[in-house]
Design a protein around this ligand. Structure first.
Ligand SMILES: CC(C)(COP(=O)(O)OP(=O)(O)OC[C@H]1O[C@@H](n2cnc3c(N)ncnc32)[C@H](O)[C@@H]1OP(=O)(O)O)[C@@H](O)C(=O)NCCC(=O)NCCS
Length: 208
């Protein structure tokens, strides 16, 4: 869920990822028990600020700035939609079905068509932590990545001091591959990062 590197633009259109599958240009809706996962729209900017301008979100992520401004949110949403269209990432707003309220985001980013892999990233509003939402959204994203994007490998990173993230990622099937010592610098301190991944064959075997 962390990636300290700005990835080069190395992906072709998502529409060319699938085996004989063509993806509609419009981002699909993913339904889980409690969530509707959908594309971000400009009107989500205020909600994003309300969630992500919490130091607790920035504290264990690299790509989330602090403070998180409205200007940043608007630019980020534009970038999300552009990256979807260009096949570089699949960012989803996590919206509560009942309340129609956005409580976080989940994304497959740095989509790499040549090697059929992408990075899973997620954050959830602190008000909703510990209720299984990251797990629920993560399971849907893994399915989407393997079934729709036809990925072979989904990887993620988290700071070693962030056990909640580790729990979510292992619960949805990722396996630890190593520790990247002092891989990132957060608030001026070098931090160890845990690397994990799930292969399509792991997921298929576990799904049976
Ligand atoms: C990591 C994050 C996405 C988890 O979201 P969430 O919706 O609370 O996750 P879930 O409820 O599905 O699961 C979290 C699990 O971690 C557990 N957990 C929380 N804090 C923990 C801790 N300090 N030690 C061990 N487990 C912990 C919870 O109890 C829960 O497990 P349980 O369901 O067995 O009780 C959320 O905390 C977050 O957005 N953090 C800030 C941003 C971030 O770190 N994103 C990930 C970047 S790698």
């Amino acid at each position: 869920m962390l990636n300290p590197n700005k990835s080069p633009k190395r992906c072709a259109n998502i529409s060319r990822i699938g085996k004989n599958k063509t993806m509609k240009p419009q981002q699909p809706l993913l339904q889980t028990q409690r969530l509707q996962m959908r594309a971000f729209t400009p009107s989500d900017a205020f909600a994003l600020v309300g969630i992500a301008n919490d130091r607790a979100i920035a504290d264990t992520t690299i790509s989330v700035p602090h403070p998180y401004t409205l200007d940043y949110a608007q630019t980020w949403i534009t970038q999300c939609n552009q990256e979807w269209e260009e096949g570089q990432s699949a960012p989803f707003a996590l919206e509560l079905k009942d309340e129609k309220k956005v409580i976080g985001m989940n994304a497959l980013r740095h989509i790499d068509r040549e090697h059929a892999q992408a990075e899973l990233a997620c954050w959830v509003s602190k008000n909703w932590w510990g209720q299984g939402f990251a797990t629920e959204a993560g399971e849907a994203m893994i399915r989407f990545g393997f079934e729709t994007l036809n990925l072979n490998r989904i990887y993620a990173f988290y700071m070693a001091r962030n056990p909640a993230s580790g729990k979510v990622l292992t619960r949805i099937g990722l396996k630890q591959e190593g520790i990247l010592r002092q891989r990132v610098r957060k608030w001026g301190i070098f931090e160890d990062v845990v690397a994990l991944a799930i292969l399509k064959e792991d997921w298929e075997n576990n799904s049976q």
